[in-house]
Design a protein around this ligand. Structure first.
Ligand SMILES: Cc1cc2nc3c(=O)[nH]c(=O)nc-3n(C[C@H](O)[C@H](O)[C@H](O)COP(=O)(O)OP(=O)(O)OC[C@H]3O[C@@H](n4cnc5c(N)ncnc54)[C@H](O)[C@@H]3O)c2cc1C
Length: 373
């Protein structure tokens, strides 16, 4: 689109998570008038780590925020999959994109959202705006918020996560339970029982129970470094925030390396985030002429390939590129959906398969033929 058209377009982004804030940065840099409406009183994130992949790092360079990201990350070499006792199953170096300057980097979720939001122009992020109603007027859309504000925009970007309100306009997609719990906590390196030795992501897989521990190093954090510790346990309980005792966790991880068991014996349960794992079925329609979905709202996936947040930020960059390169908003949205739907729905499918002894022995990156890192 021409610069003057972009300068005249008003974009309302619903959701100030990774997708919404990255989209806001990218869209404002091409000249659009952007406001992000976030329901929370303050931006916040639970304690856990994420591996930022090369395509995300490349985008952050393009957006001019690489240094802020680099300052709160550690570069990582490989993904190690080991059995419950730590014996190697598969080790693979992270797939690269354009050489190794954009290598995978480990980040804490809180640092990630802070690095993104601090780069937003003043006033672009409007907190305390919970979307409660959305009307598609054809070439515009009208948003109504719980605080009574009403806004009409040329384009509404639904970046409001797995339980998206915006998505309701395209159909009924309830979160689908994976019959697994995720217990996540960030521990100081001194509590890691000597296991925090490098920057590789390690997945411990117990083939007998199907339970897993993701051990994600954050060695740049604090004097001893930190580790993001994510225990994934199969369970019939699908409550959003399950109530679990230490004894139940210890029973679930009884086959694991005794150092991991000791970490659980010692950890402060008040600091643990207890969640059931959910994704959504593939969403058929992602856009109208004035509304489009991005991030988890469009394609929430399970965490096993570590691609949810990465896909969310790539969507934000791809949406801005689509607007820049097309001659109208309608074709820009069509091009965006054509580019992003197939790879993200492939990731949804692959992530649903989770890990077992056979898949873990085959490749650490079963998705690598389906996406461009
Ligand atoms: C256990 C676990 C581990 C994970 N590990 C990884 C990993 O290692 N790597 C990875 O890439 N991904 C990982 N993910 C996935 C990742 O967290 C998500 O894919 C990512 O957060 C999606 O970003 P988003 O911005 O689309 O949605 P969200 O982060 O959910 O943000 C949505 C925002 O919209 C706001 N919102 C919602 N409704 C409204 C409303 N009505 N009005 C206004 N605002 C609203 C919310 O408050 C929120 O701020 C993991 C997920 C889980 C559960």
């Amino acid at each position: 689109m021409k610069t003057e058209d972009l300068n005249n377009i008003n974009i309302a982004i619903v959701g100030g998570g990774y997708a919404g804030v990255t989209a806001a940065l990218a869209l404002s840099q091409i000249g659009a008038n952007v406001t992000v409406y976030e329901q929370a009183h303050a931006t916040g994130e639970v304690g856990a780590g994420i591996g930022l992949r090369p395509a995300s790092i490349k985008l952050f360079r393009k957006l001019g925020i690489f240094d802020d990201i680099a300052a709160v990350t550690s570069p990582s070499k490989a993904f190690d999959i080991v059995d419950a006792q730590g014996n190697p199953i598969t080790t693979e170096e992270w797939p690269q994109k354009d050489g190794d300057e954009n290598t995978t980097r480990m980040i804490h979720r809180r640092d990630f959202i802070d690095a993104l939001t601090k780069n937003l122009p003043e006033g672009m992020l409007q907190l305390d705006h919970k979307l409660i109603d959305l009307k598609d007027n054809g070439n515009s859309a009208t948003l109504t918020f719980a605080n009574g504000n009403e806004v009409t925009a040329d384009l509404v970007v639904g970046a409001d996560g797995i339980r998206s309100k915006v998505r309701e306009i395209f159909g009924h997609y309830e979160p689908v339970p994976a019959f697994a719990h995720a217990y996540r906590v960030v521990l100081d390196g001194s509590e890691a029982q000597g296991l925090l030795t490098d920057d590789n992501l390690r997945l411990y897989l117990d083939s007998e129970t199907g339970n897993m521990i993701y051990f994600l190093p954050l060695r740049h954090r604090g004097p001893n470094g930190q580790v993001s510790f994510d225990i994934t346990v199969l369970s019939d309980d699908t409550s959003w925030s399950p109530q679990v005792t230490r004894e139940e966790i210890l029973h679930a991880i009884r086959n694991f390396d005794e150092r991991l068991i000791r970490m659980v014996e010692n950890m402060d349960l008040d600091k643990v985030n207890f969640r059931s794992a959910f994704d959504i079925d593939p969403v058929e329609t992602w856009n109208s002429d004035s509304i489009v979905l991005i991030g988890d709202a469009a394609h929430a996936m399970l965490h096993h390939q570590g691609q949810g947040a990465n896909s969310a930020v790539i969507d934000g960059g791809a949406l801005a590129d689509a607007l820049r390169n097309a001659d109208s908003l309608t074709s820009a949205l069509a091009n965006f959906v054509a580019e992003r739907k197939e790879p993200t729905q492939a990731l949804q499918r692959i992530s649903r398969e989770s890990w077992n002894q056979e898949s873990a022995s085959t490749s650490a990156f079963p998705e690598k033929d389906q996406i461009s890192y």
